[in-house]
Design a binder for this molecule. Structure first.
Ligand code: CP3
Length: 339
């Protein structure tokens, strides 16, 4: 491709940009009427498994918001099906055969990425439709977050089963995480081969761990995925929530860009992360506030970044289902105007 690279990709590389790039985690979804319309006819799994529909849902926010990147429409839990688990969304995710013992782990198929070709087909379609100034982000769940669903069987308050497995059976935990990390790395590499120009690893529940649990039981596996994916040459974003108590350790696992939530000031995060590019970190609840409050919060984040290279504006976690679309659009415009 000739000409300028998308500003999102330049920022991932800490290169100079004409304006701060912005996109929103969970930018495709229920807060948009056009998504809800499609969901009347199709389940979330149908949307994700039909490349034309996944392409359409990926592009919906691109038509409404002036964002710099599209994120593939899929889900971090798609990988558990070809690994051998039974997944449903009702509407929250639920897995009817959670992993609890040796034989459950032994049965898991680590060559799961081969069976996710609908994702790679969707990426090819999206790339064809997307404006060349916008980047396409692929993604997967990070080993801990995916394993937490695999073991708990769904969302969890205290991560009781997964922590018990990790702490009481570190040998079995290691076997499980090795399978998850292999499948995840192969999945992300295949997304890049299909046309994803950057990838994000979502460690949404990593903040449930103590820093020592993270370092000992999770970081080596996350680091392995990040180093495998680095070989593809595309930028990698490592995102976690609740990481402010161990941000340096989290970043030590790797990633070109570190995603931070709203529980840490962006200037403090930047100081702790040194030269690393950062992504974040507006509190998603601010999108429900009045325009004046919201704009001040956007300005504050840009001020804390202080014009440094390597900032991608985003939320600290995903857009909530009842978020007003106009506020999301306004944030994207303000980020470009004010930076
Ligand atoms: O726009 C995008 O961000 C792309 C699509 C995307 C989805 N899930 C679609 C989805 C992405 C990036 C994800 C990631 C994901 N999925 C994460 C990590 C990000 C995060 O928010 O922490 C997690 C933990 C999941 C697991 C998951 N999937 C949950 C907990 C739920 C139910 C909660 C909810 O938001 O309803 C889902 C379902 C899901 N995945 C929806 C969407 C748009 C809502 C489904 C619906 O239409 O009913």
């Amino acid at each position: 491709m000739s000409g300028k690279i998308p500003r999102f990709l330049a920022a991932c590389r800490s290169q100079k940009v004409d304006a701060t790039p912005v996109w929103f985690m969970r930018q495709a979804g229920r807060y948009m009427a056009e998504y809800r319309e499609l969901r009347k006819k199709h389940s979330i799994l149908d949307l994700a498994k039909t490349p034309e529909l996944a392409c359409e849902v990926t592009l919906q926010p691109m038509r409404r918001l002036n964002v710099d990147a599209a994120i593939l429409f899929a889900d971090i839990l798609l990988i558990v099906e070809p690994m051998g688990q039974k997944l449903a969304f009702a509407p929250g995710p639920s897995i009817s055969n959670p992993i609890r013992d040796e034989k459950d782990v032994a049965r898991l198929n680590e060559d799961a990425a081969e069976d996710l070709s609908f994702v790679y087909e969707a990426i090819k379609l999206i790339r064809r439709e997307l404006d060349p100034s916008k980047a396409l982000i692929g993604f997967a769940g990070a080993p801990f977050t995916v394993a937490s669903y695999m073991v708990e069987g769904g969302p969890s308050d205290h991560y009781a089963h997964v922590k018990k497995l990790m702490l009481d059976r570190p040998d079995l935990w290691d076997k499980l995480l090795r399978k998850v990390r292999y499948a995840t790395a192969e999945y992300l590499k295949a997304q890049v081969a299909a046309g994803a120009q950057a990838v994000q690893l979502f460690d949404s529940w990593i903040g449930a761990l103590t820093p020592e649990q993270f370092r000992r039981h999770v970081r080596p596996h996350t680091a392995w995925v990040l180093s495998e994916v680095k070989k593809t040459g595309v930028p990698v974003i490592s995102f976690g929530t609740g990481t402010s108590g161990f941000l340096e350790d989290f970043a030590a696992a790797g990633g070109d860009v570190i995603g931070v939530d709203w529980r840490v000031d962006l200037d403090a995060a930047r100081k702790r992360l040194g030269k690393r590019a950062v992504q974040g970190n507006l509190d998603p609840l601010l999108l429900f506030s009045d325009r004046k409050v919201l704009k001040a919060a956007v300005k504050d984040i840009l001020r804390r970044n202080g014009g440094r290279k390597g900032h991608i504006f985003n939320l600290g976690h995903g857009i909530l289902p009842t978020t007003p679309v106009d506020n999301v659009r306004a944030v994207a415009d303000w980020v470009h105007e004010l930076s």
